[in-house]
Design a binder for this molecule. Structure first.
Ligand SMILES: [Fe+2]
Length: 285
């Protein structure tokens, strides 16, 4: 049986997924027929309130992806049906997993254009927050942008960068890039700030907060700045980083040898999430 991974949360939690039937790469069968009517109803309620918000707040590429996937609003999506569309679009696949998986397996999936999606869905008393990703977060939040060729190439490059980070004591820095750029990224558009980060877009309250609130810092993307910044796990972010385009993000990751960054900053403490540096390019609300 594969090792059960540690959950990346400040408070230790017992992972609820069933890892006993996972293959060596942590994949499982989705067993779609076993979802209950109540689980489909939870999907329907989450989808209904969040889809309204993404039409207003999400990046146009995300909205286009969500539509292209033809995700059903009233039942948990079937991974096999989604894969037929994704494969034809960018060559990506999604694979079912029991929950969080170890970094090396996660990186290997991404490098091979496979995105791991947790099979189970949250309980009704967890509509607003849960500490582990479930199928609503993983699918609704992450999969739409895998239809975007440039963002999909970034994700593949990110996965390919994993083994070097593990070997070079750079995992923490690479994880910050994922946190700020995949989970909590904002995009500057001619119409104003839009959200593309999955952690934001699967949260009703943070979707509005990240764009509307005067409280958080919104700082223009700088690769090293992002890779050096600590983050908050169980609260809204105090800083969001803003890209101009997915091309900017892809080029930064693809054209940069992270090795010298890992060496240069291996003993450097992280920048606190609330801090604004004199060199930051801050977007005023
Ligand atoms: Fe996520």
């Amino acid at each position: 049986m594969p090792r059960q991974p540690d959950a990346p949360t400040q408070n230790p939690v017992e992972l609820r997924g069933d890892y006993s039937r996972a293959a060596s790469d942590y994949t499982v069968e989705q067993a779609w027929a076993q979802y209950t009517a109540e689980e489909h109803a939870i999907w329907r309620d989450l989808f209904a309130r969040q889809f309204r918000l993404i039409e207003r707040y999400a990046a146009p590429e995300f909205v286009a992806g969500a539509r292209a996937l033809q995700t059903s609003p009233d039942r948990i999506p079937r991974i096999d049906e989604t894969n037929a569309i994704l494969t034809a679009t960018t060559g990506w696949q999604i694979v079912a997993v029991p929950g969080l998986i170890p970094e090396n397996q996660f990186f290997a999936h991404l490098a091979n254009r496979r995105f791991p999606v947790t099979v189970w869905i949250r309980r009704r008393d967890e509509l607003d927050y849960l500490s582990e990703p479930d199928i609503f977060h993983d699918f609704f939040g992450h999969v739409p942008l895998l239809t975007n060729p440039t963002f999909a190439r970034f994700m593949q490059a990110y996965g390919a960068a994993g083994p070097k980070a593990i070997a070079s004591n750079g995992l923490k820095m690479l994880a910050r890039l994922y946190w700020y750029m995949v989970e909590f990224g904002l995009l500057a558009t001619p119409q104003g700030l839009r959200v593309y980060g999955s952690g934001i877009l699967s949260s009703k309250s943070e979707t509005v907060y990240s764009v509307e609130s005067p409280q958080p810092n919104r700082i223009r993307f700088d690769l090293e700045r992002v890779m050096l910044t600590d983050y908050l796990i169980d609260d809204f972010q105090q800083t969001y980083f803003v890209i101009d385009s997915f091309e900017q993000l892809f080029r930064a990751a693809y054209d940069t040898d992270f090795g010298p960054i890992y060496r240069k900053y291996s003993d450097t403490p992280g920048i606190a999430p609330s801090i604004v540096l004199p060199t930051d390019r801050v977007l005023e609300k």
